[in-house]
Every structure is written in C-alpha cells, then in structure tokens.
Write a protein that binds this ligand. Structure first.
Ligand SMILES: Cc1cc2nc3c(=O)[nH]c(=O)nc-3n(C[C@H](O)[C@H](O)[C@H](O)COP(=O)(O)OP(=O)(O)OC[C@H]3O[C@@H](n4cnc5c(N)ncnc54)[C@H](O)[C@@H]3O)c2cc1C
Length: 433
C-alpha cells in the first residue's frame, strides 16, 4: 500500500518547520505535526536568534518574520549577592544591516515559520501530540497518534529537548532523561513600553540589548545563570539551571527567579514592568544529551531532540543548530525520495552532512565544556572574587593605594581560592571553552 506522505515531521519548532519548508520547496509531500494548539504555543527561548541558516530557505526572512529587535550589545557578568561585575560587547558590525542576530518571541516566530511551511505546500496539523513512532521491527514507518497510523518512508523527529517519542526506543534506550544531559530554563516576559525600554537600556528604535549573568547569589550548591533580553515592548528575563544541582536542595524555581529579579543590577531595569508571561522548559545539554544515533532505518533526529544546543554560560545557541540540522535532514530526505530508498545506509548521509556543516565538530570540540560551565566555584567563589577585586580597584577609601598584586591576593582570600585552584580553573577555561 502506498504511503500517506513522503516525509512526516514531528514537531513544528525551528527545526521541524525549517525541515518542512525545505522539503515542500523540494517537491516532497510532507506532513508537519505539532502538539500545540498553534506552532510556537509551547516553545520557549531566551531568545537571541542567529538566523543565517534561514537564508537558505527564506531569503530576506528578517524583513518579514516577526522578530523583536536586532542585537547591538551583549553584556556578560558575575552577580554576587549585592554586587555585579560585567563587560559589554558593543559591536559595530552588529549595528549594520543585514543584522546578524535578533531577539525573538517563539510564539510569534514559530507560528510564522509554520505558516511559511504551509505556503510552501506542506500539510501542517496542530493539536496533534504524536504518541509514538510506528516501529516495524528495527524500522520507523511513520507515526501513531490517537490509535491512527500515518505512514511515510522517512520520519524526521523534531520534538525538542524532552523527546518523548524517542525515550525508551533504540534511539534513546533509557526511558528517562538524565540530569547530566538536561538543564532547566525558566522565563518570564515583562511588558515595558518601547520608549522607556530604549532609555533604560540605551538603545535606539529597533536596537536590542542582551545580558547573561553567572548567578552567584543562589543558596550554596545551586548552579545557574540568568539572562535579560530586550524585545520590542517587553523584556525576557530568565534562568538556566543545572538540574542536578537542584536535587536534594529545598529550593523552588520561583524563589530563584525572584532572587535574580531582585538583584540590584537587574531590579532597576524591571521597575514598573508588568509580568505578562511565565514558562519553564528543559534544555538539552549539548553532547551529553545526544541520542544513540542521529539516523536509522526510516528516521532522522534533529535540533534539540538530537542534543544540538551550545551553551557555555556566555552564550546559549540552539535555534541556529535547530534550523541547520533540520535543513540537512530535509536535504537527505529529498535525496532518499529521489532514490526511492530510505534505508539506514541512505540516511547515513545526514550524519555526513552534519559533519560537513560543522555541527558535529562544534559539539565534539566542546565536549568537555560542562566541566567549566558546571564548576561549582563559578557560582560561589568567582563572583565573590570578581566583585571583591573590582571593589578594591574602584573604591577610594582615603587609605594608601594598594598594588594590584595585593588586591588580587585580598580578593583571592575573600573568595577562598588558592593560587593552584585559580591556575587549574584558568587552564580548564582555556582548554575547554
Ligand atoms: C529558557 C531558554 C532560553 C533559550 N535561549 C536561547 C537563545 O537565546 N538562543 C538560542 O539560539 N537558543 C536558545 N534556547 C534554546 C532553543 O530554544 C532551542 O535550542 C530550540 O528551540 C530548539 O528548537 P527545536 O525545533 O529543536 O525544538 P523546540 O523549539 O522545542 O520545538 C519542538 C516542537 O515539537 C513539538 N512537540 C513536542 N513533542 C511533540 C509530539 N509528541 N507531537 C507533536 N509535536 C511535538 C513542541 O510542541 C515544539 O513545538 C533557549 C532555551 C530555553 C529553554
């Protein structure tokens, strides 16, 4: 019996919709299934979108996609309980069109992308939570939802970080996500009118500012970072937390975000802003969260479901990898369709493509990044060290000036860091980041 579709894509996030657009543009009969009532309804990002890859399917996309602001400045810093040290990257190149990065709200961008898939000829169906893949022996032959089976020679799995359809299958043999392979993202959106927002963040109309902070004010042992991004007339504020560091500690995520929001360096910018949205979502933790394979008989896995999120504490980038991996899977599926063959050997081309476009190289090269990112000292000792050092350097006390060497030693003592630890952590940063 003939298949219902050439390709079925599970999940209309950045990865799934990009794949569906390319497949439809290539003439494939593609079905894109989304569990949310609309594409984007369940999606969450900080989010700064580096959208180069979208040029391949939607030239000039940024003029049409509902993006918020183009990024002109990025701030990175350390927060100790009552102080902050940060540096700004104010990039001239980011200010010039075509703008390279945009702040986005996923409910808008993902709905737009799914519409583009529909316009290209894909069948897009929302409110369809796929129950499982349709396994025929070791082969995937479409999906099952509500007792109904829909078939296609190729299924692209784009259902995000907590990929339910792969858990407990040969793609991800364990029935549960490990704490090590998962982070927790929490995000709030605050309404603030555009002119006040632009004054507060010293940006012009349409310009955006993004911040990422090492959160050194949480209870001991809790590791996480905070972010603050400007949208058109809202602010995205949130945390990325190490899930394992929460286990066994009596902390509630709403208390942690409250602590971040109340920090003097953050609170002043949120004054009079009104909370309009709240969400939480799991995030794949890079290489550690990769599946057993990226492809097999009749299937490929893309985006967060494949673990393609790069996050080193200074940046978090997953949407770019989602689009790029979605497009490479689509190209592989189009070639399989032309050859009328969807064997694992044929779909192995997807992995070669991931290699060629640098995705696998990126994640292999930064495999040990988590050792630095989740070094507990970065969330306790280093925020203290940085704020104590700069306090010493920048405060006039009337006493004789101190040499930098002595200030360094004083800050080191205040933070409880030995020279050996500093040297070792410094070496890890250079080697692993
Ligand atoms: C708090 C936070 C901040 C972030 N900040 C950034 C950032 O600034 N920049 C950046 O690039 N990345 C950021 N990321 C990461 C980024 O959001 C992800 O990498 C990206 O969304 C991955 O896209 P995706 O399409 O693979 O998955 P998703 O966006 O998760 O999309 C998966 C889709 O599949 C659907 N789905 C799931 N299960 C099923 C099912 N069974 N049936 C049908 N549909 C299903 C979901 O509803 C969803 O629409 C952030 C993530 C979080 C949580």
């Amino acid at each position: 019996m003939a298949d219902d579709f050439d390709v079925i894509v599970v999940g209309a996030g950045m990865a799934g919709s990009s794949a569906a657009i390319r497949l439809a543009q290539g003439g494939a009969n593609v079905l894109l299934l989304e569990r949310g009532s609309e594409a984007g309804a369940k999606n969450l990002s900080g989010g700064v979108l580096w959208g180069h890859d979208l040029d391949r399917i939607l030239p000039g996309w940024a003029n049409e996609m509902p993006v918020e602001r183009h990024l002109v400045r990025k701030r990175f810093g350390f927060l100790s309980p009552e102080s902050a040290v940060s540096f700004d990257m104010d990039d001239g190149a980011w200010r010039r069109p075509p703008y390279v990065a945009h702040t986005v709200l996923r409910a808008r961008t993902d709905a737009w992308l799914a519409k583009k898939a529909e316009e290209a000829g894909a069948t897009v169906v929302t409110s369809v939570p796929v129950d499982r893949l349709n396994w025929e022996g070791s082969k995937v032959h479409g999906v099952v939802q509500g007792g109904e089976t829909m078939t296609a020679p190729v299924t692209i799995i784009a259902d995000g970080a907590n990929s339910r359809v792969t858990l407990g299958t040969p793609i991800r043999p364990s029935p549960r996500l490990s704490g090590e392979a998962t982070e927790l993202g929490i995000k709030e959106v605050y309404k603030l009118d555009a002119s006040r927002l632009e004054d507060r963040f010293s940006v012009g109309p349409g310009e955006g500012h993004a911040e990422e902070w090492v959160a050194g004010m949480f209870p001991p042992g809790v590791m996480g970072g905070g972010f603050l991004y400007t949208n058109a007339d809202t602010l995205s504020v949130g945390l990325i937390l190490n899930v394992q560091s929460l286990f066994g500690r009596k902390v509630a995520s709403h208390d942690l975000i409250e602590q971040f929001r109340s920090h003097p360096a953050i609170a002043s910018r949120l004054r009079d802003a009104e909370l309009v949205e709240y969400g939480a979502k799991l995030i794949s933790s890079g290489w550690a969260s990769r599946p057993a394979s990226f492809y097999g008989e009749g299937w490929m896995v893309v985006g967060d479901a494949a673990g393609f999120v790069f996050s080193n504490g200074i940046v978090i980038q997953g949407m770019n990898y989602a689009v790029r991996s979605g497009l490479e899977a689509a190209e592989t599926a189009l070639a399989a369709r032309a050859a009328k063959e969807a064997s694992a050997a044929r779909l192995a081309d997807y992995e070669r493509r991931l290699e060629r476009v640098g995705i696998l190289g990126d994640f292999r090269d930064f495999e040990s990044m988590d050792r630095v990112k989740w070094n507990p000292r970065f969330y306790t000792a280093y925020p203290k060290f940085a704020t104590a050092l700069f306090h010493g350097m920048m405060t006039e006390t009337g006493a004789p000036k101190e040499h930098l060497r002595r200030m360094l030693r004083r800050a080191q003592k205040a933070a409880g860091l030995s020279v050996l630890t500093l040297a070792k952590d410094g070496l890890d940063v250079v080697r692993d980041l």
